[in-house]
Write a protein that binds this ligand. Structure first.
Ligand code: SF4
Length: 283
């Protein structure tokens, strides 16, 4: 059978120069790597939110679920609990993950649900034509803030480290091989894995030059050192002219939510027994 290229024939409506194209091919390459390792394609599920990023579900030829604003993580959690054999990943925008669905992001990390969350962080609401998000810089001028955003951005890496995420990484749509590699690592991590992707919005917030000038790849960094990860994450506050590190900040393997759930006294027996009991329930 010929190798599938995993790209659908759907008409692509992303703007020319959009960083989502890099994400699409980086994700495709990472998924091909999983398949080469023996993961069946039918066992891989993508959940998207709402926004420009969400068209990934139309453009990648894999099982996908188009969810709603900010709700990728609860949907992915349900899929993973129902069938722990699946590899479940979410593509979410910064509006999705850091605003509408922020509580789900925190609880995904806290519970250590075995899913991968990739945030297309273009630091703007692109689909709705340029409003500021929680990671837009102070003074960002857009449709909702013509005089400049009056708020400081927050640092999502610090938030994820504080919430207990076992895999915290950052990459950018300006570095395709790096992004592919980081997504591949995240997909293989057992437990909650989070990747913040500084993605270019070519139309409403094109900061390619900034990421090229300030960005550097982590080296000599021990990802098992929590304090070092926090220090690295604090280096850039999503606002200043400080250096921007790309790479794996922190990694720790610990018991996943699914493992704890299946051991819970309220859910005895094997997964098959649980499913059988559920199906035989009188309704
Ligand atoms: Fe990409 Fe921005 Fe266009 Fe959306 S609005 S498709 S994020 S360039």
């Amino acid at each position: 059978m010929p190798e599938k290229n995993l790209i659908t024939g759907a008409q692509n409506t992303w703007c020319p120069g959009c960083g989502n194209f890099t994400l699409q091919f980086a994700l495709r390459n990472a998924i091909k790597g999983l398949i080469a390792d023996g993961v069946p394609l039918e066992n891989i599920v993508l959940v998207t939110g709402i926004g420009c990023h969400a068209k990934m579900g139309d453009y990648l030829d894999i099982n996908s679920f188009y969810s709603i604003h900010g709700r990728t993580i609860p949907v992915a959690t349900g899929i993973k609990l129902a069938n722990p054999d699946l590899t479940v990943l979410c593509c979410a925008g910064d509006g999705d993950a850091y605003a509408e669905g922020l509580d789900h992001l925190i609880f995904g990390a806290k519970r250590n649900t075995d899913i991968t969350v990739i945030v297309h962080n273009n630091r703007v609401y692109g689909l709705t034509t340029g409003q500021y998000t929680p990671t837009s810089p102070l003074g960002f001028r857009g449709k909702s803030t013509p005089q400049g955003a009056p708020e400081e951005p927050f640092n999502p890496l610090i938030l994820m480290l504080a919430s207990g995420a076992g895999f915290v990484a950052r990459s950018t749509s300006r570095k395709m091989p790096h992004l592919s590699g980081i997504i591949g690592q995240a997909l293989r991590h057992k437990g909650f894995s989070y990747v913040d992707v500084l993605q270019i919005c070519a139309t409403y917030f094109n900061v390619s030059e900034l990421y090229d000038r300030q960005g550097y790849e982590l080296s000599d960094h021990d990802p098992s050192d929590f304090s070092a990860a926090c220090a690295k994450a604090e280096e850039w506050d999503y606002n200043s002219d400080a250096p921007i590190a790309f790479g794996l900040f922190y990694q720790e393997e610990k018991t996943s939510f699914e493992e704890r759930f299946s051991r819970h006294p309220a859910s005895p027996g094997s997964r098959n027994e649980q499913i059988r009991a559920f199906l035989e329930m009188k309704r």
